[in-house]
Design a protein around this ligand. Structure first.
Ligand code: FAD
Length: 572
C-alpha cells in the first residue's frame, strides 16, 4: 500500500471525485469500483483497516444455506453467484471448503437438508446451466456419491452423500461418535482482513488514496450539499479536510452515527440493529477438522465448526446487542454456548481453558422496525441517499461486497450522467502464485511458502525479500505456526500497520489463533514482534513498552483470551 504519510499529504491537498468513509470490506469495495471506473477516490478509516465487523466474520464466502430456510432466495442466489466469481477473481484468498452434515446410528439423512442442498447447487450454477446441468442427471443422492467417486471432476458446486468412514476422514474429531453417513457440500472460506487489504491494494492500483487512523467527524457542507469530510488524523490529532464531489458513508454498524437526523428523518432509515456474534478458536489437538461441520446448537439453531489457518473456528452466536461498539467482547455465556454445542456434537469435554482465542463482532442489520429477532432479520444491503447528497451503504455480507459497491457507484455514475459500467467482475484481486514459484530464502521453513502464497499471492516475494534481510526475520513468530517475523516488518512498511494489535490481529491472525501465548505477560514472541515493528516505526525503548501495554489493553478489551474475561464481561 501507499505509505501513510504520502496518503495523508494527498488527502489534505488534492480534491477527489469520491471520498469513502470506512475501511471495511464495503468501503474497500466502493473504493475499488469507483477507482476502476475512472474516479479519483479517497478512503479514510477511523481505526485500522478491517478493524470493524470485517475482521470478525465467520470467514465464509457463501450463499448461506440457513437463509434458504427463511426463503431469502434472492439473497442466497446473489451471494452464491458472488462466491463463484470471487473464487475466480481471488483464488489464493477465497478457497473452496468442504462442509459435512453428518448422521448417526444409521439414521436417514435429513431430507430437508438434501432439498436445500439441491436448491443451493442449482442456484450457484445460475439459471441456464443450473437446470440442465443438475436436474437431468441426479436420480438419487446415493447415485450421486457413486458417480463422484468414479472419478468425475469434483467441483465446489455440487453436493453428494458420503459414508461414515469418509465423514471421519473429513472430521477426525467426530470418530468417537461413529457417524454412519453425511452430506458433503462446498462453500468457500477466506481470511476476511486479507480480503479487505487485497481489495484496498487493487483500489490503490487504480489510483485510490487510502489512510487508516483518520476519523471523519462531520461532512463538509457547501450550500447544504456534501463537498467532502472534516476529519481528524488520530496520531497527530490534527484536523484534516478531504474535499470530494461525492461522499459515501460505508461505516457499517456505525452508519447512522454520521448525520443521524438526516438519515432517520429523510430516508426513513430504520434503526441499525446491531447483532453480536461470537467465535472461539480451538487447537487441532483439541478438535481436528479437515472440513467444516454444521453443528446443532439447540433451539433449532446451528453453528459452524470450521478448519481455519490450522485451527478450528467455532461460531457463531447471533443475539441483539445494545452495548458499546468500539470493543465488542465475546461474553462468557456465548463461549459456554459454543463449547456446549461442540461438546454435545463431538462427544468432547472441552472447557474454557481449552479455548486458544476468541472474538466477537457486530452485524450491521437493518431493522425492519418489528419485533423480529436478529437471527431472522435479512442480511440484505440497503442504500440511502439523503439531502446533503451523502450516499450511505450498509447491511449486506462479506460475500456480497462487490454487489454493494456496484450499487453505490452505479448511483454516483447516474448522478453524473456518465456511461461508466462496473468492471469489478473482471478485476483480479491480487495475483495467484503457487508456493513452488516463490524464491527460496535461507532459514524459511518449507511450510511457510504455501501460507505466504495463500495470504499475499505474488506479493509474497516482497515478504520473502524481507525475510532475507536478517536471519531472525526468516523465523516463525511463534513455534508451530508458519507466520514469519518478516510479515510483521512487511505490515509496518507496506500495509500501514501502526501497532502490535495491527500486525497480530489484522495482518497475521496470530493474536486470535494463539491469544494465550501472545497475550501472556513477558511473552518472548510478543517482545520479538514489538522489537521488529518498533525498528520499522522508530520506537525507542519507552515507546516500545507503551506499545506492549497498549496491545495488552486491546487484548483485554477485545476479550481474545477467554480466561481473562472479568465476570459478566461483554454482557449486553
Ligand atoms: C459474527 C459475524 C459473522 C459473520 N460471518 C459472515 C460470513 O461468514 N460471511 C459473510 O459473508 N458475512 C459475514 N458476516 C457479515 C460481514 O462480516 C459484514 O457484513 C461486513 O464485514 C460488514 O462490512 P462493512 O465494511 O460494511 O463494515 P465494517 O467492517 O464494520 O467497516 C466499517 C468501518 O467504518 C469505520 N468507521 C466508522 N465510523 C467511522 C468514521 N466516523 N470515520 C472513519 N471510519 C469510520 C469503522 O472503524 C469500520 O472499520 C458476519 C458478521 C458477523 C458480526
Amino acid at each position: 500500500m501507499i505509505a501513510r504519510s504520502d496518503a495523508l499529504q494527498a488527502l489534505a491537498t488534492e480534491p477527489f471525485d469520491v471520498v469513502v468513509i470506512g475501511g471495511g470490506i464495503t468501503g474497500a469495495g466502493v473504493a475499488l469500483d469507483a477507482a476502476s471506473r475512472g474516479y479519483s477516490v479517497a478512503l479514510v478509516e477511523r481505526d485500522d483497516f478491517a478493524s470493524g465487523t470485517s475482521s470478525r466474520s465467520s470467514k465464509l464466502v457463501h450463499g448461506g444455506l440457513r437463509y434458504l430456510q427463511q426463503f431469502d432466495i434472492g439473497l442466497v442466489r446473489e451471494a452464491l453467484q458472488e462466491r463463484q466469481l470471487l473464487v475466480k477473481l481471488a483464488p489464493q484468498l477465497v478457497r473452496p471448503l468442504p462442509i459435512v452434515v453428518p448422521a448417526f446410528g444409521g439414521a436417514r439423512l435429513d431430507r430437508l437438508v438434501g432439498v436445500g442442498l439441491n436448491l443451493y447447487d442449482v442456484m450457484s450454477l445460475g439459471p441456464r446451466r443450473g437446470l440442465r446441468g443438475r436436474l437431468g442427471r441426479r436420480p438419487t443422492d446415493a447415485a450421486d456419491g457413486a458417480e463422484a467417486r468414479q472419478g468425475e471432476t469434483w467441483s465446489p458446486e455440487r453436493h453428494r452423500v458420503i459414508g461414515g468412514e469418509e465423514v471421519c476422514e473429513y472430521l477426525p474429531a467426530l470418530a468417537a461418535r461413529a457417524p454412519t453417513a453425511g452430506y458433503l457440500f462446498y462453500d468457500c472460506q477466506t481470511d476476511d482482513v486479507r480480503l479487505v487489504l487485497s481489495v484496498l491494494g487493487e483500489a490503490e492500483r487504480f489510483g485510490a488514496i487510502c489512510a487508516n487512523d483518520v476519523c471523519v467527524e462531520e461532512l463538509l457542507l457547501e450550500d447544504g450539499r456534501a463537498a467532502g469530510v472534516r476529519a481528524r488524523e488520530r496520531v497527530s490529532g490534527e484536523a484534516l479536510i478531504v474535499r470530494a464531489e461525492h461522499v459515501v458513508n460505508a461505516t457499517g454498524v456505525w452508519a447512522d452515527r454520521l448525520r443521524p437526523q438526516e438519515l432517520h428523518d429523510e430516508a426513513e432509515v430504520p434503526q441499525i440493529r446491531p447483532s453480536r456474534g461470537s467465535h472461539i478458536i480451538l487447537s487441532n489437538e483439541r478438535l481436528l477438522l479437515r472440513a467444516g461441520a454444521i453443528v446443532p446448537a439447540g433451539g433449532g439453531r446451528t453453528i459452524f465448526a470450521l478448519p481455519w489457518l490450522g485451527r478450528a473456528l467455532i461460531g457463531t452466536t447471533d443475539n441483539d446487542y445494545h452495548g458499546e461498539l468500539e470493543h465488542v467482547r465475546p461474553p462468557a455465556e456465548d463461549v459456554d454456548y459454543l463449547l456446549d454445542a461442540v461438546n454435545a456434537f463431538f462427544a468432547t469435554s472441552l472447557g474454557r481453558e481449552d479455548v486458544a482465542g476468541a472474538f466477537a463482532g457486530v452485524r450491521p442489520l437493518i431493522s425492519p422496525g418489528d419485533a423480529r429477532t436478529s437471527v431472522d432479520i435479512s442480511r440484505k444491503a440497503e442504500l440511502y441517499e439523503t439531502s446533503s447528497g451523502m450516499i450511505t451503504i450498509t447491511g449486506g455480507k462479506l460475500t456480497t461486497w462487490r454487489r454493494m459497491a456496484q450499487m453505490t457507484v452505479d448511483r454516483i455514475v447516474e448522478r453524473d450522467s456518465l456511461d461508466a459500467p462496473c468492471r469489478t467482475q473482471e478485476i483480479q484481486i491480487g495475483q495467484q502464485v503457487s508456493p513452488e514459484q516463490l524464491e527460496r530464502v535461507a532459514g524459511v521453513a518449507p511450510e511457510a511458502y504455501p501460507a505466504l502464497a495463500a495470504r499475499y499471492g505474488s506479493r509474497a516475494d516482497a515478504v520473502l525479500r524481507i525475510a532475507g534481510e536478517r536471519a531472525e526475520l526468516a523465523k516463525p513468530i511463534l513455534d508451530g505456526f508458519p507466520d514469519l517475523l518478516a510479515e510483521v516488518v512487511h505490515a509496518a512498511r507496506s500495509e500501514q500497520a501502526r501497532g502490535i494489535g495491527d500486525v497480530l490481529l489484522r495482518r497475521t491472525r496470530l493474536g486470535l489463533l494463539a491469544a494465550r501465548e501472545l497475550s501472556a505477560e513477558g511473552s518472548p514472541a510478543l517482545k520479538r514482534v514489538a522489537a521488529a515493528v518498533g525498528r520499522e516505526l522508530g520506537w525507542n525503548l519507552r515507546r516500545r513498552r507503551a506499545e506492549l501495554a497498549r496491545f495488552h489493553d486491546e487484548a483485554l478489551a477485545e476479550g481474545i483470551v477467554v480466561e481473562g474475561l472479568p465476570a459478566g464481561a461483554g454482557a449486553s
